[in-house]
Design a protein around this ligand. Structure first.
Ligand code: SDX
Length: 434
């Protein structure tokens, strides 16, 4: 069964012969040259470090137009979803492919609530982590350990078992995230409540303590839902491709997601939201930092990158950054917080967007540029920023893992290489070496 349309042929002129390859077209008129027979036909492979020009799969989950700054989950614009939905509504959309009816959403929320506790034996794991352990390290270890407590999905799993497993993961990962934070600050773990929604529970589990009542305000609930929605999926990004790669080997859902968490931790990927705040704090401390940061970012001999800027796909303003910037200003105003980092971020953006170096390379703020300032204002410590990115991205990872499982083209991921090591050498026994 062909998942995309054949719309013509491309010809490769190689080694005195002409090789025809099919041209495929997706529903948004994106074109791809089908290279699946390249090596068999020509003996040569394609070479594309970082896979910037390589499509790894067909997918119906998310569409990005990087030139126009368009992002849609299952066809719905991110701008519409961020303003009108809750995160769980969007999670349902990504995993099931359609927006839920009210009764479907209520049933899903009850399922999530019912499975929001973790096995009490898992709580002992937290005690053995050193205080300074990064919550991303704890989260990935805990998620892969869920496979020791809960059954795995297999090809005979029913729709209900699938829904149950996904709901377990969505709900328990939120609980694990909050418990890892409480562990790191030496406060008692706060259990989820069946009276609270997914986001209300997360905020309460993070910030309630027996001696300091925590008020869950609509401003924070709204902002948290919006932030998680902005992070919910982004087609074949590094961590999602990692989830697909691990899933392609037949690894279970928990192991695949744990691998995605580790990939997201990288400062060039999900770890950038923490790196942005560190950069802005440095500028704030140094006083003259904006010019220095822009200068360093442009210096080819300096490995420093302007954190929160640039993107492999967006060559226009990241639509998520636009929404995150507005939300950041709203949250700070409604909380009555004056954060100098917001002014510095806006000054940095202004300077970079008017600098030829950034304009020539189409470098704009990405999703990470403003989100950290909002999270800071909401009271989250910096080492939880990427954990929150992971909570947001979870439904997207699950949607892609499920899509991979049902993909008629699915094969174990195994790229090729161009070998540049030593040609054959005769073996020398150790007594004759040196
Ligand atoms: C995320 O893929 C996704 O969808 C990711 C994500 C998602 O939702 O999953 O959107 C989330 O990871 C957002 C990105 C967060 N990372 C950062 O903010 C870190 C800073 N950004 C850069 O490291 C970089 O822009 C990347 C990693 C995001 C993209 O890297 P690419 O596509 O490999 O770009 P590149 O390195 O080839 O850059 C092209 C040029 C280079 O200059 P030249 O060699 O042409 O002279 O642009 C320059 C780069 O030096 N450049 C930057 C820059 N980003 C690119 N220069 C200064 N500062 C930057 N931030």
């Amino acid at each position: 069964m062909e998942l995309s349309k054949k719309v013509g042929k491309a010809e490769l002129n190689y080694d005195g012969k002409v090789y025809p390859f099919d041209v495929m077209e997706g529903t948004e008129k994106e074109r791809a040259i089908d290279m699946r027979a390249l090596r068999k036909e020509t003996g040569a492979i394609s070479f594309d470090p970082g896979y910037a020009n390589t499509g790894s799969c067909h997918s119906e989950v998310t569409f990005i137009d990087g030139e126009k700054g368009i992002l849609r989950y299952r066809g719905y614009a991110i701008e519409d979803l961020a303003v009108n939905c809750t995160f769980i509504e969007v999670a349902y959309l990504l995993v099931h492919g359609t927006l839920p009816t009210q009764s479907q959403l209520s049933k899903y929320s009850r399922l999530l609530n019912r499975h929001s506790l973790i096995h009490e034996d898992m709580r002992n794991f937290f005690e053995n982590y050193p205080e300074h352990a990064h919550p991303m390290a704890i989260l990935s270890a805990m998620v892969v350990s869920l496979s020791s407590f809960y059954p795995e999905l297999d090809s005979s799993s029913s729709e209900e078992e699938l829904d149950l497993t996904v709901a377990r993961l969505l709900s328990k990962m939120r609980t694990l995230a909050a418990f890892s934070y409480k562990q790191s600050v030496g406060e008692p773990h706060v259990y989820p409540s069946s009276k609270l929604t997914y986001v209300e529970n997360f905020l309460n589990m993070m910030f309630y303590t027996p001696v300091a009542n925590y008020e869950i305000t609509p401003v924070l609930v709204r902002a948290m839902n919006k932030l998680l929605i902005l992070h919910a999926d982004h087609e074949q990004n590094c961590s999602t491709s990692t989830v697909r790669m691990v899933g392609s080997a037949g690894a279970n859902l928990y192991a695949s997601i744990a691998a995605g968490i580790c990939a997201l931790w990288g400062p060039l990927h999900g770890g950038a939201n923490q790196a942005v705040i560190e950069m802005l704090e440095y500028i704030h401390k140094e006083g003259s930092g904006v010019e220095e940061m822009v200068k360093r970012a442009k210096d080819p001999d300096d490995s420093f990158r302007l954190m929160g800027f640039g993107h492999r796909v967006y060559k226009a303003y990241d639509p998520r950054a636009r929404i995150a910037k507005t939300s950041c200003e709203e949250v700070l105003n409604q909380l009555g917080i004056e954060d100098p980092l917001l002014g510095i971020a806006m000054e940095l953006e202004e300077k970079a967007l008017n600098d030829p170096y950034f304009k020539e390379r189409n470098l704009y703020p990405n999703v990470d540029f403003y989100t950290g300032i909002t999270l800071r204002a909401m009271g989250f410590p910096m080492n939880m920023f990427t954990v929150i990115f992971a909570l947001g991205r979870l439904p997207g990872w699950v949607a892609h893992w499920l899509e991979l499982k049902n993909d008629p083209d699915k094969r174990i991921g195994r790229p090729r290489q161009v070998y540049t090591g030593p040609v054959h050498r005769e073996f020398v026994p150790i007594e004759k070496r040196g």
